[in-house]
Design a protein around this ligand. Structure first.
Ligand code: FHN
Length: 583
């Protein structure tokens, strides 16, 4: 019986024939149907997720026993990958279960640590790639109750402690499984096993917030498998939230950038950055590379200013203890959240793509939250604001009330807010709440790219408007990348005060074997053509002139870069376009 037929029989048995028909429909429905026709961006199902903003990730399993060391040797890489990285055969890895006895595990303490950090949900590994189940499962004896001296199910008390603390309880589950024989020999049978375990997880620990899938890259897993699994899990608990790793790049309900923060909001998608506090997800004795609390706070503000959630990881040890360093850092973050959490919870993205001060902004209702990481000497100056101002005050009562001025900006519509440096600014992020009579507006004129004094117009990747589904700003390379679809393109709006003739200078990178794409730069009803030369890699950038264009009159302009052909994998990584006045 095919997987689809099996699914139809199974889901129909649940009286969800419609869902079964949908799941069987396969690609015909297109990706938009993946979240079952309720847009996660606005669905009531995700309201708690959009409010919560900050969660605890927990990687806990047998890998905490070796804790990064195998046969006396330090094993490189993330701790939960030790079975793979140390090439440990299954018969040598399985006995770790006999050493796993987390007698110090305290569910209420873990929930307290998360709550006191200001976290609102917890995602814990039910089964990682090593295939060991950290919960009581009837489907495999290789689990914490049946295979360890501990002999108890920690997930039951943990789910209860989370709920008592007001946290959403969620599971991580790996599709990839290095232990289960069927993953290699009979994949459909393995999928049945996985679905059986997911049914245990979704129905035996109370309603879950998220099923956080991972390991979707495993060979035989297809996008259709992802669709089926998404529909199956939603059939078990319809309001559950499911991440995008349920499928091979399939959308799921939200994106999951890992160990990185996107340059800006991910267009049309909810998203959540997951990150380690040190450099490993699973516990490693010798990983002491901890992120300072101030860095965590600023990352949280950065993520919230782009409309995302932050899932921050702890890796408990084999005794069931969250490392003291993690607890200390999270405690400091919690102190900041206690006074300034209003500027994070339930907020939406900043009106700025690039903030004209060292900090960020978030918005909630009629309040604009200005996050100041480092105060300019003369105080903070924020131009282009619109609206009837009601109040300007620091969120942290320990930061004395701030002197501020509110003045019209020249003859423009916008207003300028000037905030004096407070007596005791927060070392990580001082939040100033600016409340208006209506939701704050920003005079977009303050966002437009202007010609520099020397006449040049610098059009940078970060300020571009990517047009299309794949092309996007890559912060680590400071370029517009993922230009995998020739139909995608990019544009900039800018204002020219001094018209004239300009040299068009493009800065790009292109990997070996992907060169040759033809493209056009169009501005002011003219265009110049280019052909992408390989520069050696996607991060080796080069600048070249494409020729000249003439901008006849002052005022607003739009410059567009469009691909005409794409012989290779990508068009190019585009870092900037510079319009340089012809001398
Ligand atoms: O391989 C896993 C890894 O062990 C860890 O679980 C991270 C957390 O998101 N996910 C995978 C790597 O992308």
């Amino acid at each position: 019986m095919t997987r689809i037929a099996r699914l139809i029989r199974h889901v129909a048995a649940l009286g969800l024939v419609g869902l079964a028909a949908w799941a069987a429909a396969g690609p015909a429905l297109g990706a938009e149907a993946y979240p079952l026709n309720d847009d996660p961006l606005t669905s009531g199902r995700t309201a708690w997720f959009r409010e919560a903003k900050f969660g605890m990730f927990i990687h806990w399993g047998l890998y905490a026993v070796p804790a990064g060391v195998w046969k006396g040797k330090e094993i490189d890489g993330i701790g939960e990958w030790i079975m793979n990285n140390a090439k440990i055969p299954i018969p040598e890895y399985e006995p770790l279960a006999k050493e796993f006895n987390p007698v110090k595990f305290d569910a209420k303490e873990w929930a307290r640590i998360a709550k006191d950090a200001g976290m609102r949900y917890m995602v814990i590994t039910s089964k990682h790639h090593d295939g060991f189940s950290m919960f009581k499962t009837a489907l495999a004896p290789y689990n914490i109750v049946d295979a360890t001296p501990y002999g108890k199910d920690p997930m039951k008390p943990l789910s209860e402690a989370c709920r008592a603390a007001g946290l959403k309880f969620c599971f991580y589950h790996s599709i990839l499984d290095w232990h289960h024989p069927d993953q290699q020999t009979d994949f459909p049978k393995y999928v049945d096993y996985m679905k059986g375990q997911l049914k245990e997880l979704v129905t035996q620990y109370g309603p879950l917030g998220i099923l956080w899938f991972d390991g979707q890259w495993v060979g035989p897993w297809t996008d259709q498998d992802g669709r089926d699994l998404y529909a199956y899990v939603r059939g078990l608990q319809n309001d559950i939230v499911i991440n995008n790793r349920v499928g091979r790049g399939g959308p799921g309900d939200y994106e999951t950038p890992e160990q990185s923060i996107p340059a800006g909001a991910i267009k049309g998608r909810l998203w959540e950055t997951c990150m380690t506090l040190n450099d490993t997800w699973g516990f490693k004795t010798n990983d002491h590379h901890w992120k300072p609390a101030a860095e965590v706070v600023q990352k949280l503000a950065d993520i919230a200013s782009k409309g995302g959630n932050f899932l921050l990881n702890v890796g408990p040890d084999a005794e069931g203890v969250i490392p003291a360093e993690s607890v200390r850092i999270l405690g400091e973050v919690g102190k900041w959240m206690k006074t300034s959490g209003d500027a994070i919870y339930g907020t939406t993205q900043s009106p700025w793509r690039r903030h004209p001060w060292d900090g960020r902004a978030t918005v909630k209702g009629k309040t604009l939250y200005l996050h100041v990481f480092k105060w300019p000497e003369g105080g903070l100056q924020v131009a282009g604001l619109r609206g009837d101002l009601v109040s300007v005050k620091p969120l942290d009562p320990a930061v004395a009330s701030v002197k501020h001025e509110w003045a019209r900006e020249g003859e423009g519509e916008g207003m300028v807010l000037h905030v004096a440096v407070p007596e005791k600014p927060d070392p990580a992020d001082t939040v100033i709440a600016v409340t208006f009579k209506e939701p704050p507006g920003l005079d977009t004129a303050s966002l437009v790219i202007r010609q520099a004094e020397d006449g040049t117009v610098a059009l940078k990747a970060l300020d571009a408007t990517p047009q299309g589904d794949r092309i996007q700003y890559e912060s680590d390379k400071d370029c517009l990348g993922f230009w995998l679809d020739a139909k995608d393109w990019v544009s900039w709006d800018f204002v020219v005060a001094k018209p004239g003739e300009f040299e068009v200078r493009v800065t790009w990178a292109c990997d070996k074997g992907s060169g040759g794409a033809e493209y056009v730069v169009a501005v002011a009803d003219q265009s110049v053509k280019g052909k992408v030369e390989e520069t050696g890699s996607w991060t080796e950038f080069r600048t070249a002139s494409l020729g000249t264009v003439r901008i006849e009159k002052a005022g607003k302009c739009t410059l567009a870069v469009k691909a005409l052909t794409k012989p290779g994998m990508g068009v190019m990584n585009l870092r900037s376009v510079l319009l340089e006045p012809k001398r």
